[in-house]
Design a protein around this ligand. Sequence first.
Ligand code: ARG
Length: 463
Amino acid sequence: MTAQSQPWSQRFEQALHPAIARFNASIGFDLRLIEYDLTGSQAHARMLAKAGIISPAEAETLIQGLEQIRQEYRAGQFSPGVEAEDVHFAVERRLIELVGEVGKKLHTARSRNDQVGTDIRLYLRSEIDQILQQLQQWQRTLLDLAESHVETLIPGYTHLQRAQPLSLAHHLLAYVEMTQRDIERLQQIRQRVNVCPLGAGALAGTTFPIDRHYTAKLLGFREPYRNSLDAVSDRDFAIEFLCAASLIMVHLSRLAEEIILWASEEFAFVKLSDTCATGSSIMPQKKNPDVPELVRGKTGRVFGHLQALLVIMKGLPLAYNKDLQEDKEALFDAVDTVRACLEAMTILMAEGVVFQSERLAAAVAQDFANATDVADYLASKGVPFREAYNLVGRVVKTCLAQGKFLKDLTLEEWQALHPAFAADIYDRIAPRQVVAARNSYGGTGFDQVRQALATARDRLNDF
Ligand code: ARG
């Protein structure tokens, strides 16, 4: 590499050490931003002409040259190496090759600091829009599944101990609600991603009569950053995105964990279909839930990227510091991971998980998850709830000792326990009735679940 090889080389006597050039370069990962870089530069050129800083003909030449680079890139004919340093220099260098001297005017009234900030915001805005689409598709898949399982009962747990039975749809709808918060969070964050740093220059603004509102508008941003220092040093939007991405992963990972448990022989609530499960290299009988396991595992790397960016930012003096180059791989990997996990989980829930109705029906019939209902039964007949609760506790203890469930007690046995018991106790403690009776707002009662399904479906259709 010669001392002349970089745009900044005139000030230097010697060329960069090749290992340092490699260490310094971001071209190995920031080429992914090229389309946004080109679009940003085209808007900048247009603005320079509008402000009379370059001529309209010059702007046209720059815009066409940049468009040609876009075509070359799309055709796989643009692959700059480490000598380019980063995507911004790579584009500028190629532009000058293509259009000659006028190419050297593009960087007027701009710095790579405001340029890179513009690029990542454009990138992230576009990715957020696609993640929002995926989240809706995810909700749709869960809703479709929930609609076909309103009357399927599943044990509900607290402390991973059988608690009260649930409509399976209610369980799935809990994830629809989490996803709704994910969607709303991303929509809010998008507002703050969608602010334009272009024209902030290196840190202090520029001596040229630029029109920052115009470039912001051309690029579809809400507004320009109000403070040039903040514009080039802010990465709050990236951290907020990583927070939102982490929560999406938390939600996916919790369902993934449930699927893994449910697919075990101990639960056997679901079977995995062949399209979404894998085998073992040694144990011929195995069918493994690799998809939810990978989702659970990949959650860690997204949390890691959030942590990385928080740590990068915490001690940074204003304004741009090269540390900020580290934001990209974190963001890119978080975006890729979230998108891949959403896609895989959507396929898994659409076709990879088959609920075992008979097994589920047997599971809810063989436990004490109706004990609260016996206490509620007595309480509704005037017995103070705590007294009823204590009595049922004793009954459960006796049943356990005798290897019985509550449904196995005879009416005489019930009445010996308390005269308020009548023949309708059997209906009250049947699993279906136990679920149906929880008709309080937001509860698992079938009427509530049907309403919740309708609300969620409307919300999705209104999007
Ligand atoms: N590659 C750099 C980055 O990703 C671009 C900005 C460089 N700015 C600078 N002053 N060296 O952050």
